[in-house]
Design a protein around this ligand. Structure first.
Ligand SMILES: Cc1ncc(COP(=O)(O)O)c(C=O)c1O
Ligand SMILES: [Zn+2]
Length: 366
């Protein structure tokens, strides 16, 4: 039976519930048993919905899809290392967040919910707004006022109500949580259905590598929705007996906002809020990651690590990728700056990383 389960106090709640947190205050996880049938998967369209039996949406009629996913896994050489890059800016809204939005909004449609609210640094807001529009579900998005103008235009283009909130990303979250007491909270950080969309990143890598896994995956981490989705995806494959080992997961943070780096180095179980500085990487400028505890556990369990990058390194990586034919936004370039650091201290590992957001989303700032 599918249920919400609290990883902190073990309480469970029925899945129909529109609650977004446990009575103890913690975020909730989803208890769900996925199935994988390689023969069936291979016959399906090249979208992330090919892993249908592993996605917790009951009825096909609930699916809100724009043919998203199954993004290219491009091989690239970097100082003698072969790297596989998942081109995840190739989604309908220009970022990987559509993985989470297609699944979460399908579930919202299945529940019969008519309106959602979400807060975001920009890209998750674009994704939730787009999929809500497709499902004819009302949508209200809250963003910090410093969010790139292009993302604001994009959210409005999908017909969502946009609220720009003065102050930090954390203040935006506080205001949204108040609104969420009356409306369904389609939050990418709190809502576990979002992670059961981002987990398809792991399934695609597994299939595109010939049903195998890489040694390591280097990923951007703000609230960690791609990071945790990847962890959940590989865990599910392991538990289903499809792979032997979950790859090492390496988290990249901006040096100007790196609460997980601090907690990892100090050996803390939980990330503590930090004072952040300005960073070009707006998507990962998260001083208080909701699922910090869970991210730290996944890093330690997979023998991973946290790498931080400077503003100069982010800019350098952005220019370097442009010359390689990929126009990416600064948040996405931060991952590549981290990847370059990681490659310096390894020999023969198969490394996968990703380009999460397209350059047009922050062209003005760039
Ligand atoms: C382009 C891009 N990459 C990576 C991230 C990081 O995602 P998360 O906060 O879920 O770790 C974001 C978040 O907004 C983003 O917009
Ligand atoms: Zn609890």
């Amino acid at each position: 039976m599918e249920k919400f389960r609290c990883p902190q106090c073990n309480s469970t709640y029925p899945i129909e519930s529109t609650r977004w947190r446990c009575d103890c205050g913690s975020f909730l996880d989803l208890q769900f048993e996925p199935k994988f049938d390689i023969k069936k998967i291979q016959k399906r369209e090249p979208t992330l919905w090919r892993y249908r039996e592993a996605i917790p949406v009951a009825r096909d009629a609930s699916i809100v899809s724009m043919g998203e996913g199954f993004t290219p896994l491009e091989s690239m050489e970097w100082n003698g290392h072969l790297v596989l890059l998942k081109i995840d800016y190739l989604f309908p809204t220009g970022s990987y967040k559509d993985r989470g939005a297609t699944v979460l909004i399908s579930k919202v449609k299945e529940f019969g919910i008519k309106k959602v609210v979400e807060d975001s640094s920009g890209n998750a807001g674009c994704a939730i707004a787009a999929y809500s529009a497709r499902a004819r579900i009302g949508c209200e998005i809250y963003v910090p006022e410093a969010t790139s103008a292009e993302k604001l235009v994009q959210i409005r283009a999908y017909g969502a109500i946009l609220n720009r909130i003065e102050g930090s990303r954390e203040r935006t979250a506080e205001v949204t949580m108040k609104a969420a007491s009356k409306t369904y909270y389609a939050s990418h950080c709190w809502n576990p259905f979002f992670l059961h969309g981002t987990k398809t990143f792991a399934f695609e890598i597994w299939e595109q590598m010939g049903w195998k896994t890489p040694h390591v995956i280097v990923l951007p981490v703000g609230h960690g929705t791609l990071f945790l989705g990847t962890y959940i995806g590989f865990k599910e494959l392991k538990e289903a007996g499809m792979i032997k080992k979950v790859p090492r997961l390496v988290a990249v943070q901006s040096g100007s906002c790196a609460p997980l780096d601090l907690a990892f180095k100090k050996g803390w179980k939980e990330a503590k809020p930090i004072e952040k500085k300005e960073t070009m990487a707006e998507g990962i400028a998260i001083a208080e990651p909701v699922r910090g505890r869970q991210i730290l556990k996944a890093i330690r369990e997979t023998d991973g690590e946290v790498l931080t990058v400077t503003e100069k390194e982010i800019e350098g990586a952005m220019r370097e990728m442009g010359i390689k034919g990929h126009f990416i936004e600064p948040t996405s370039a931060a991952t590549i700056a981290g990847l370059k650091k990681y490659l310096k201290h390894i020999k023969k590992e198969i490394v996968v990383s990703t380009l999460t957001g397209m350059g047009l989303k922050a062209a003005g700032k760039m």
